[in-house]
Design a protein around this ligand. Structure first.
Ligand SMILES: C[S@@+](CC[C@H](N)C(=O)[O-])C[C@H]1O[C@@H](n2cnc3c(N)ncnc32)[C@H](O)[C@@H]1O
Length: 520
């Protein structure tokens, strides 16, 4: 048996059939460089879709570049109204406990929030008048999920209150067809508000809920007949119900009359730039607003779609019969096109909706599988690359200007290389953050529309590493497309790009590096 000193100097090498002497380097001769710390502010959370951040201009979350004496910290702090670390610490559970206690006391003893506040028995004041009360804070926290005005709004709906329960279901799910997240934060601006209960439906033409087979014990149909008032459902309500039923897997109340309209309206009616290529000449882009009113869009509805002269998307909450709804393309309608599509699909290529004769593409919209006669088969339509995630393999490594993005496979002209994702931020946040990015000399912000910018500084996709080159030398170009109601940034190949190439795009004249003028 070897002693431990001998063992330390030998190791077992299978290839050499037994113990071999190890060459031991004395500790004094070992020089290991300590690993260098990561450079500050370099971390970026990978995300595959934009996330709504909104505004952080009120709270300064931390002191950026705190160890850099050349950064003007005082000036930067002026961008914010409050310093987050000077707010008193509140255990988030305290809010829940306070609200739940208040709810129970209110139910059993019928004490109002004001009475409870005057008794001073709760850890937080409820105060319905001050913006700092627990009710207001609760509303802030939950308004993404449901609309709260008073304490009773925080309560779960009663079993027989079908309307509130349905609203609860609807606000729990993201109403975006592309998103399957419950309590989604990415599309929280889009929360559905059920329009039930308005008196106007009592006088209009009603549709009765078609009674067919219930989907289960909790089916809305059973609730309707059992324990709630007899409800007359207007078309908008039915649309909401249909959406709820689809998500619950219940086919029972899906009215056939609400399926996608077959109105042969000219699909070109809303095309704004018929001859433009999808990579250039972007028309003025408005924020992704959608209408939320009964009936069709008209001048008096003053909705964003009507005012901006943009077609209604499938997320709009106007009547399904509204003539402003985008009708999609008919690119696969002819048997000849269908045959071409079949042939190219067999070769693994997408051939439909390639050119601007496709009205969706001409209008800078991706084809919508719900209405277009092409994208029922995604493998054929060339204009669904962002929503189907048909991007290329890429890698990040040292590029021409710091890190850069490189292709790992060939790309053909028009192929989606990657999507540019990040946090959706408002202008004040853009301004406060740009002080830091100007100081470090790197910016990852991409203007999306007249409300939002996409900032890939803290969270984003590999597209954030694409370096700038003037247009004539750039091999990719970014294009903002409307994808099923949302504006998204696709980075497309301008020409054939061989695997291994670094990707460059023209950042445009507004980018600090300078556009064509400065770099040509
Ligand atoms: C979107 S980032 C690109 C990725 C960046 N190279 C990195 O290492 O993270 C944009 C920044 O890269 C640098 N950059 C990109 N293209 C450049 C160019 N043509 N000339 C000089 N700097 C460039 C600038 O610092 C710019 O603010």
């Amino acid at each position: 048996m070897s002693n431990s000193a001998e063992l330390r100097n030998r190791h077992y090498d299978n290839s050499r059939g037994g113990w071999v002497e190890a060459s031991v380097i004395p500790e004094s001769e070992v020089h290991v460089e300590p690993p260098s710390a990561y450079t500050a502010y370099e971390s970026c959370t990978p995300i595959d879709q934009n996330i709504l951040h909104g505004d952080d201009s009120n709270y300064m979350p931390f002191i950026p570049l705190a160890d850099d004496p050349t950064f003007d910290h005082e000036d930067h702090a002026m961008e914010y109204k409050r310093l987050a670390w000077q707010e008193p610490y509140r255990d988030p559970d305290t809010l829940e406990i306070t609200l739940e206690t208040a709810r129970r006391v209110q139910r059993r003893l019928h004490l109002s929030p004001e009475q409870l506040d005057s008794m001073g028995i709760l850890p937080l004041t409820l105060s319905t008048t001050s913006v700092w009360g627990a009710i207001w804070t609760g509303k802030q926290r939950y308004e993404l999920f449901r609309t709260l005005q008073t304490l009773s709004d925080v309560s779960p709906p009663l079993a027989g209150d079908l309307r509130s329960r349905l609203q609860d279901y609807l606000t729990l799910w993201c109403p975006t067809p592309d998103c399957t997240q419950a309590m989604c934060f990415s599309h929280s601006l889009e929360q559905a508000k059920l329009s039930l209960g308005s008196h106007r439906y009592r006088t209009g033409p009603f549709k009765r809920l078609p009674v067919t087979e219930p989907c289960g014990v909790d089916c809305t149909i059973l609730k309707q007949s059992d324990d709630v008032e007899d409800v007359d459902w207007c078309p908008e309500d039915l649309d909401d119900l249909r959406s709820a039923c689809i998500r619950m897997g219940c086919e029972a109340i899906i009215s056939p009359s609400l399926s996608a309209s077959e109105d042969p309206q000219d699909p070109n009616a809303y095309v704004r730039s018929p001859s433009s290529s999808p990579l250039v000449d972007t028309p003025p882009i408005h924020s992704t607003e959608r209408c939320d009113h009964p009936g069709a869009c008209r001048p008096d509805t003053k909705c964003a779609c009507f005012v901006n002269q943009t077609p209604c998307s499938r997320l709009c909450r106007c009547s399904p019969e509204c003539r402003r709804r985008w009708k999609g393309c008919r690119c696969a309608a002819s048997s000849a096109m269908a045959a071409v599509a079949k042939r190219s699909k067999a070769r693994g290529r997408r051939s439909l909706c390639r050119g601007t004769q496709c009205p969706c593409r001409a209008a800078k919209r991706e084809c919508d599988p719900a209405v277009c006669l092409c994208s029922h088969d995604n493998a054929s339509c060339r204009n669904t690359q962002i929503q189907t995630g048909a991007s290329k393999l890429v890698e990040v490594k040292q590029g021409a200007f710091g890190l850069g993005l490189f292709l790992l496979e060939d790309a053909r002209a028009g192929d989606l290389v990657t999507e540019y994702t990040g946090e959706l931020i408002y202008e004040p946040t853009f301004l406060s953050r740009s002080q830091v990015s100007a100081h470090v000399g790197r910016s990852y912000v991409f203007g999306l529309n007249d409300v939002f910018s996409v900032d890939a500084t803290n969270a984003g996709s590999p597209a954030r590493f694409i370096n700038h080159a003037p247009s004539r030398m750039a091999n990719v170009a970014a294009c903002i497309l409307s994808v099923n109601g949302f504006q998204r940034i696709g980075v497309f190949a301008k020409k054939h790009i061989a695997a291994g190439s670094e990707l460059f795009m023209d950042y445009g004249p507004e980018y600090p590096i300078g556009g064509e003028d400065e770099n040509t």
